[in-house]
Design a protein around this ligand. Structure first.
Ligand code: DPP
Ligand code: ZN
Length: 869
């Protein structure tokens, strides 16, 4: 498994002028005829005349060059591709290959999902369809003709606009699609099958009428309205915020059940995991609705940030992903609650990305090397990448950022470029020095900021001393200081912002390893609201007292930081309980904390969703990431203790909260979603009480039975599944009978059982492996059962007997032959093995060794396991 290095990038020796494809879809195979016009690349210098075409798992039928069939001695084929000597500066190759979509369990290239054909080509799936220069800096216009049976493929789609269609013999027909925008092969898509669509229209700001279609299987046709609405909102938003208009005449989304990722931005023909399309109030939760809105927008936004301007090579993946995640986050913030969106985004970053950044897979936002590019669709590239874009937005301001975006498109529309090109556009458009800032792209690891404050009451001076450092990461023992924006506010004793600038928030620019910022004319010692809105992706060493955090929780004008203070306080309290438990003592809940939470509940917060967020205790997985030696059992007990104590002592408040926010009418507004979340958090606390009063149990059961929306149903079900109630089995069985034909609802059923904190969860998970709704071939199912248990059920996965470890290793070895890309994703809970106690380390290491010694181990799994050992 060779390593590929960014420094080895060379411009391609040949370029493609155009490609025409013919797909003949047959029952047990598909024949692909590719006609490609190549030309020597004038920018490549004297690179020689050897042409290499990527191609894997292909059956080569024949190859012609400028219409003459090539004899077998004119070219060489191996398992990676085909090479030949170019016959001149410009020539045409016709290549016929045979592929087997039915046998394709990798879900890369062309495959079938519930009988329908679909493709996934990012990053390197096109080479599993035909021989081609399968790299993102080869851009070409595509013409695609599809031939299939009218009976099982009434619908046949590809990128661009449909330019021809007609009848063939034997009950067959054809459709021809042309995409005039030169694109890399990873954006190619083909869909064919028995699909229905809903249709709508969008008029662009320049008055063009765009046809919008969402294609699904017939059984799902009533579930597409929210995705369509989200699409139209996204199209409008991109025009309003960035002036970006859609460019083809039609935009299509297709939903499939078998999909490795969330969705894919193929030009004009997005293919989605059905999870991010289908929703009805009775089948989808509020989070599902928000997820759909965000992902539909994300893929749509790629049309400009990714498709019109694409990546030069895969090391630049964050060029499109970091930027597009930032764009979808801002879109969702504009459509819903901005502070809640920010809290969610930061939670994802701190739980997933910080963990990655402190482990063996830590890599820069723009990596320097990889074995398997699929392993680099990471939280670092996506979420930290988005934070890097956000910091530029913070430093340059919204207007300056827009100027940078405009220049980026003016310079690079139609090109394949690098992260440096993006930063250069931002810098040049604003005449702003971003040289030091580019370290965010090259240095891995999460910077740590140490804060110390000094107040001189005589001089009326307040000063903040900031030190930054960054721990060593693989291949990077030493780091240089980052250029980072630190947004702060100073609160006076009444909790009001002291005006320290035109605004209440000031953005300090920290560039040195240590700097001191002094504020004059400050009469009383202020309370600092530090790193408002999480202005940089860093860890801040705790420096504030419980009093100060409680004060910020009650008063901070920055709503993000109000919640942040609540989280920090909760974290301190949980860790105090953990210490007590580890010392063999009884923990006690701090009164100050209780008072702060109580005040928060009665504080008349008008953003319900925000209060809901503030009441949520940090997850065990997140807390584990803060510990030097992780102690899963005591951590679980400590968190439970805090939850149980809070609930027991604030029972009246939580009960009132539940009742106040229980609404008969179902609406999908941010306010209504906020109320539902608050109500369900209150219920979760109430049911955490030791032996909850019967009336609370009855309320929970009644909610399960009477609720008409999935948010309320699964909230109750999850609590029940976590409990020892007698009715538990019966209710889980009832839910199954009701929803057994809806795969997405069945995913929830699996997740709920896999994340139950009961002692017997692993046995239950093993039983569910042979349940008819489960399949190792369907990524959603694997994620819902195996992934949920191993990555989201910290205490049970890390059970001291090591059975969870053996279970996961077995699944990874099984996935190695079915779908190694998903298998590699599953390795993640093992990567932090060095942070556990000696015995657990030993057991996890044994399992990693067992995996690495598997015969024919794929590059995907090999890379992550090897780096972890
Ligand atoms: N489909 C994935 C995404 O949109 C990869 N491009 O992020
Ligand atoms: Zn993306």
């Amino acid at each position: 498994h060779p390593t590929i290095y960014r420094k080895d990038y060379r411009v391609p020796p040949f370029i493609v002028e155009s490609i025409s494809l013919i797909f003949q879809l047959q029952d047990d195979h598909t024949d692909v005829f590719a006609t490609t016009r190549f030309r020597k690349n004038p920018d490549a210098g004297e690179e020689g005349d050897q042409l290499f075409l990527n191609g894997e798992d292909l059956e080569l039928l024949w190859i012609r060059c400028n219409s003459d069939e090539l004899a077998a001695n004119m070219y060489q084929v191996n398992e990676k591709g085909l090479s030949l000597t170019a016959p001149g500066d410009s020539f045409t190759l016709e290549i016929a290959t045979r592929i087997r979509p039915d046998a394709n369990t990798l879900l890369e290239g062309l495959y079938r999902s519930n009988g329908n054909y679909c493709t996934q080509c990012e990053a390197e799936g096109f080479r599993k369809i035909t021989y081609y220069i399968d790299r993102p800096d080869i851009l070409a216009p595509f013409t695609t003709r599809i031939e299939g049976n009218k009976s099982n493929c009434p619908v046949m789609l590809s990128n661009g606009n449909k330019v021809d269609e007609g009848e063939l013999e034997d009950g067959r027909h054809y459709a021809v699609w042309h995409d005039p925008f030169p694109k890399p092969s990873y954006l190619f898509a083909l869909v064919a099958g028995d699909l229905r669509y809903i249709e709508d229209f969008f008029t662009t700001k320049s008055g063009r009428n765009i046809c919008l279609r969402i294609y699904v299987e017939e059984r799902n046709i009533t579930k597409c309205d929210h995705a369509m609405l989200s699409l139209k909102k996204a199209m409008r938003w991109d025009e309003e915020v960035y002036g970006l208009e859609y460019d083809l005449d039609i935009f299509m989304i297709v939903a499939v059940d078998d999909f490795n990722m969330g969705a894919m931005e193929n030009k004009g023909l997005n293919v989605f995991n059905s999870k991010y399309v289908l929703a009805l109030p009775e089948t989808a939760t509020d989070n599902d609705y928000l997820g759909i809105e965000g992902v539909v927008a994300h893929e749509y936004f790629h049309n400009w940030t990714g498709n019109r301007v694409t990546c030069r090579d895969w090391f630049q993946l964050s060029l499109k992903e970091g930027l597009t995640v930032f764009r979808d986050q801002e879109f969702s913030a504009d459509m819903n609650s901005r502070p809640v969106q920010r809290i969610d985004d930061v939670r994802i970053l701190r739980t997933g990305q910080f963990r990655e950044d402190s482990g063996p897979m830590a890599h820069p936002v723009r990596p320097d090397s990889y074995v398997e590019i699929n392993n680099f669709y990471t939280s670092t590239v996506y979420n930290k990448g988005a934070e890097v874009i956000r910091m530029m937005h913070t430093l340059l301001g919204a207007e300056g950022f827009r100027k940078g975006m405009d220049l980026y498109f003016a310079r690079h529309d139609g090109q394949a470029v690098t992260c440096d090109d993006f930063v250069a556009s931002m810098a040049d458009a604003n005449d702003y020095d971003l040289d030091q800032f580019t370290r965010w792209y090259s240095q891995s690891g999460t910077p740590v900021i140490e804060v110390s404050e000094h107040f001189d009451s005589e001089k009326e001076e307040y000063s903040l001393n900031l030190k930054q450092s960054c721990p060593p990461t693989p291949g990077q023992p030493e780091k240089k200081p980052f250029h980072l924006p630190v947004a702060i506010g100073l609160l006076d004793q009444d909790g009001k912002d002291i005006r320290i600038t035109d605004d209440d928030t000031l953005v300090l620019e920290l560039k040195e390893a240590e700097e001191t910022f002094v504020f004059y004319g400050i009469e009383q010692k202020p309370v600092v609201s530090f790193l408002r809105n999480f202005s940089a992706p860093v860890r801040v060493k705790p420096f504030q007292s419980q009093e100060e955090l409680a004060f910020l929780m009650a008063h901070d004008s920055d709503l993000y930081n109000r919640c942040e203070a609540a989280f920090q306080l909760a974290e301190q309290v949980i860790f105090a309980a953990l210490e007590a438990l580890q010392a063999g003592g009884q923990p006690v809940l701090d009164d100050q904390y209780l008072t702060a939470v109580s005040a928060n509940i009665s504080g008349g917060q008008n953003d319900k969703a925000l209060l809901g967020q503030a009441l949520q205790l940090p997850s065990e997985t997140y807390l584990a990431g803060q510990m030097t030696v992780i102690d899963p059992d005591n951590l679980h007990a400590a968190r439970n203790f805090v939850k149980r104590e809070l609930a027991g002592r604030l029972i009246d408040k939580f009960t009132a909260l539940y009742l106040e926010n229980d609404e008969a009418e179902y609406q999908l507004t941010p306010e209504a979603m906020g109320k539902r979340s608050l109500k369900n958090i209150a219920l979760d606390y109430l049911m955490a009480i030791d032996a909850p009063p019967q009336e609370i149990i009855d309320r929970c059961l009644a909610q399960y039975e009477t609720a008409k929306n999935m948010t309320d149903v699964v909230s109750a079900l999850q609590i029940i599944a976590n409990s020892e109630l007698d009715v538990r089995e019966e209710i889980l069985g009832d839910f199954y009978e009701l929803w057994r034909n809806d795969p997405l609802v069945m995913d929830k059923w699996l997740i709920i059982q896999a994340t139950s904190k009961r002692q017997d969860t692993l046995d239950e998970v093993k039983r569910l492996m042979s349940h008819p709704v489960f399949s190792m071939k369907n990524p959603n199912k694997v994620r819902s059962l195996v992934g949920a248990f191993c990555a989201m059920n910290h205490v049970r996965f890390h059970d001291h007997k090591g059975l969870g470890y053996a279970f996961l290793a077995d699944r990874i070895i099984e996935l190695n032959t079915i779908n190694p890309q998903i298998g590699a994703r599953m390795v993640s809970p093992f990567t932090t093995w060095k942070k556990y106690d000696g015995e657990r380390q030993h057991m996890m290491r044994d399992q990693l060794e067992r995996i690495v010694n598997t015969e024919n181990l794929s590059g995907d799994i090999f890379e992550i396991v090897k780096k972890s050992l």
